[in-house]
Design a binder for this molecule. Structure first.
Ligand code: ADP
Ligand code: TRP
Length: 321
C-alpha cells in the first residue's frame, strides 16, 4: 500500500476525458492505497478571475469525484485552499527553485503563448504543485503525460531540499496514464476544456446531445460503408461500450446504410444509460452543495493533520523554529 495523491484544477465542469482518464482510474487505485485527492482551486486562480465561476467549478469537480464513487471514509478528498500551509511551503520552495527551471517549463511557455494574462502565478505554478505533493508525503502521483515535467521539477526541488537541509521529504514518483487512455474530443484531438471539444457527461441531456451531435465526421453519405477506425464517434463509443456492442457497431459501419447521425444517437443513448447512476448522484450533490462542503471539510481536517506534521519538520530543518 502506497500513499497516492492527485489534484484536478477546478477550471470547468469535469468532462468524459477527466472521468475516464483521471477520476475512475484514481478511484480504482484508491481501493488498494491510501489516497489524497484534491481540487486545485489555487491553481485554477491562475486562469479564472470570476468568483461565482470558481465556486461552481469547485462544487462540480468535488461532486464528480463523489458521484464517481470515491469512498471518503477510507480516502481524503479536500480543497487545496482549505490547507493554507501549502502556500507557506511554496514560499520555502520558491527560495530553492532556480529561475531558469521555471522559465523553461513547457507548460509555462505554452500558456504564455496562448493566454493574454501572463501572471506570476502561471510562472510559479510548478512550485505550488511541488508543495501540493510533498506536503503530504505522497509516494505516487497519477497524472497525465502533460504533467510529467511538473513531477520532475517536484523531484528536483525535494531532492535539493533534502540535500541542503537533511532528509525531510519523500521523493514522489509519477504514474503516467497509459497512452491508450488519452480520450479523444469531438474533433479528434485530445479532449480538453481548452480545445472546446469536450463531452460533459454530467450536463443535462439537451446540452450533452448537442455536444455529441457536434462530433466531427467525414462527409460520407448514409448508404456508404464507413471505416470505424477513422471515425471520431466510434473512437468514443468503443471506450464505453461492451465487446458485443462495439462489434455490432463495426458491422453497421461496414455494411453501409447507416449514417453518422444514427451513430451519434447510439453514442448518446449509451452514455445516458452507462452513466445513469453517476449522473443522478451528481445532480443530487450539486443541488445539495452543503453536503459536498461537509465532505470537503471532513477531508480538510484529515489532510491538515499530515500537512502540519510535515511543515513542522520543514520549519525546524530550515532553522525557522
Ligand atoms: P483539461 O485539459 O480539460 O483542462 P485537466 O488538465 O484539468 O483537463 O485534466 C485533469 C485531469 O484529467 C488530468 O489528470 C488529465 O490527465 C486528465 N485528462 C484530461 N483530459 C484527458 C483526456 N482527454 N484523456 C485522458 N485524460 C485526460
Ligand atoms: N497541474 C495539474 C493539472 O493541471 C493539477 C495539479 C495541481 C496536480 N497540483 C497537483 C496534479 C498535484 C497532481 C499533483 O492536471
Amino acid at each position: 500500500m502506497s500513499r497516492i495523491l492527485t489534484g484536478i484544477q477546478s477550471s470547468g465542469e469535469p468532462h468524459l476525458g477527466n472521468v475516464l482518464g483521471a477520476m475512475l482510474p484514481a478511484i480504482e487505485m484508491s481501493k488498494y492505497n491510501e489516497s489524497f485527492f484534491f481540487i486545485a482551486d489555487l491553481h485554477a486562480l491562475t486562469t479564472i478571475k470570476d468568483k461565482e465561476l470558481l465556486k461552481k467549478n469547485t462544487l462540480t469537480t468535488a461532486a464528480a469525484w463523489l458521484a464517481c464513487g470515491l469512498n471518503t471514509e477510507t480516502n481524503i478528498l479536500y480543497k487545496q485552499s482549505d490547507i493554507p500551509q501549502v502556500t507557506e511551503l511554496m514560499w520555502y520552495l520558491n527560495c530553492l527553485t532556480p529561475y531558469p527551471m521555471l522559465a523553461n517549463a513547457h507548460s509555462f511557455k505554452d500558456k504564455s503563448e496562448q493566454l493574454s494574462d501572463i501572471n506570476a502565478g502561471l510562472f510559479t505554478y510548478p512550485v505550488l504543485m511541488a508543495a501540493d505533493i510533498i506536503l503530504y508525503d505522497a509516494e505516487i502521483v497519477p497524472v497525465g503525460k502533460d504533467q510529467m515535467q511538473h513531477l520532475e521539477i517536484t523531484r528536483d526541488i525535494a531532492n535539493k531540499f533534502n540535500y541542503l537541509f537533511g532528509d525531510t521529504f519523500i521523493i514522489p514518483e509519477a504514474k503516467i496514464d497509459d497512452v491508450n487512455m488519452i480520450i479523444p474530443g469531438t474533433d479528434g484531438r485530445k479532449m480538453s476544456k481548452s480545445y472546446n471539444n469536450t463531452i460533459n457527461i454530467f450536463s443535462d441531456e439537451k446540452s450533452l446531445k448537442k455536444q455529441i451531435m457536434g462530433i466531427v465526421t467525414d462527409s460520407k453519405n448514409l448508404e456508404d460503408p464507413k471505416d470505424p477506425k477513422t471515425c471520431n464517434i466510434f473512437q468514443l463509443y468503443k471506450l464505453i461500450a461492451s465487446e458485443s456492442q462495439t462489434q455490432d457497431l463495426i458491422t453497421k459501419y461496414q455494411k453501409g446504410g447507416y449514417g453518422y447521425g444514427h451513430a451519434k444517437n447510439e453514442l448518446f443513448e449509451l452514455i445516458i444509460h452507462k452513466y445513469e447512476a453517476i449522473r443522478k448522484q451528481f445532480k443530487i450533490l450539486v443541488e445539495n452543495p452543503r453536503d459536498v462542503e461537509i465532505e470537503l471539510e471532513k477531508g480538510a481536517q484529515k489532510a491538515q493533520k499530515v500537512a502540519n506534521s510535515v511543515l513542522k519538520k520543514v520549519k525546524a530543518n530550515l532553522g525557522l523554529m
